[in-house]
Design a protein around this ligand. Structure first.
Ligand SMILES: [Zn+2]
Length: 344
């Protein structure tokens, strides 16, 4: 079968690899009908050290179950399923607490040698705990929005939950990528009164406004902090969604939080230390977040997608087949595309 393999920064291509097959009795094999290129795939695309076997890429998918192991109970051959970016057993203490990304058996697709979703098929460990069967056909018109439940919509929602967004809150979203845009959707959905999007790409800002952003801040650094204070009555935002992961964006996120406010971090941190420790301390600002337990959120978000109340699939502004994947990486790295959907 064909799959996307990255060998070093900038070197991503389609290769023939052994067919995905069952290994454990709790596995499923899923034929991928839709996948995505993620903003987080751009980090290795920019900096990956050379690797001879390479890394199979992609962690977001919808597909059709082709085969299941003997112990799989809740999904069956022929089911259309959404696959969260992390696999989880669904039975441990953390899965029961809704923190599937801390599962004692957790693993991440397209990472550390685990097979990736930008491929014709992939093996899914702990199929019962990981996959979620969808009540739609494999070519349903809602596919793009359903696909975002595997990562970006659940991740934007997680940022909003951790940042304690709720009715009447003033919210700021740092980052206008697909996750930031989904963060705007999540903030509006949770009842935010004001939603400030921080970014500078015109097309993304326009989409953010359609999703519910009330204000735009295109400045950076200290100027951005000043601008958000002006827009929030002088005190800053109650809830800040950090959807980038760089030192500067984190510093800005803490800088624009109101005393007693909360910052929800979902951008994958690119640095070992976190800046702005002192402003966070003196402002009594809660700083939290991490890999979103998107498996826990599918049930909550799915009805809004099925009934058209939210349309996160609009962040997918380009579609490619497997041969188009390398150019999809380039287009996202050059900011020509917000997020690329892959139709193998
Ligand atoms: Zn678990």
């Amino acid at each position: 079968m064909r799959a996307t393999i990255m060998h070093r920064a900038g070197d991503v291509g389609i290769e023939t690899v052994p067919d995905a097959h069952l290994i454990e009795s709790t596995d499923a094999v899923v034929r991928v009908t839709r996948a995505c290129i993620c903003g987080s795939d751009l980090w290795p695309y920019a900096s990956m050290e050379p690797s001879e076997p390479g890394q199979s890429m992609g962690h977001e998918a919808i597909g059709v179950v082709e085969d299941v192991g003997a112990e799989v109970r809740t999904v069956k051959r022929g089911d259309v399923v959404v696959m969260p970016f992390a696999f989880s057993d669904g039975t441990c203490a953390f899965c029961h607490e809704g923190l599937h990304t801390a599962c004692v058996h957790v693993g991440f697709f397209g990472n550390n040698g685990m097979n990736g979703a930008q491929a014709e098929a992939l093996r899914v460990p702990f199929a019962d705990g990981t996959l979620f069967a969808l009540p739609v056909g494999e070519d349903d018109a809602l596919m793009p929005s359903l696909l975002t439940l595997s990562d970006v919509m659940g991740t934007g929602h997680h940022a909003a939950v951790v940042a304690k967004v709720g009715p009447g809150k003033r919210v700021a979203v740092v980052g206008d990528g697909a996750v930031g845009l989904c963060g705007v959707i999540a903030a509006k959905r949770l009842g935010a009164e004001q939603i400030i999007i921080m970014g500078r790409h015109e097309d993304r800002i326009a989409l953010a406004r359609e999703f519910g952003a009330t204000d735009v801040v295109s400045e950076r650094g200290e100027e951005a902090v000043e601008r958000v204070r002006e827009l929030t009555g002088g005190f800053g935002a109650h809830s800040v969604l950090e959807c980038v992961g760089l030192g500067q964006s984190t510093e800005t996120a803490i800088g624009i939080a109101r005393p007693g406010g909360a910052v929800g971090r979902v951008g994958v941190p690119q640095e070992a230390t976190m800046p702005a420790s002192q402003p966070a301390f003196y402002g009594n600002i809660t700083v939290g977040g991490g890999p979103a337990p998107v498996r826990a959120y599918i049930e909550e978000l799915l009805p809004d997608v099925l009934e058209g109340r939210i349309e996160p699939g609009r962040v997918l502004d380009r579609t490619v087949d497997l041969d188009g994947v390398p150019d999809g990486y380039r287009a996202m790295a050059d900011r020509e595309s917000i997020k690329v959907m892959v139709q193998p």
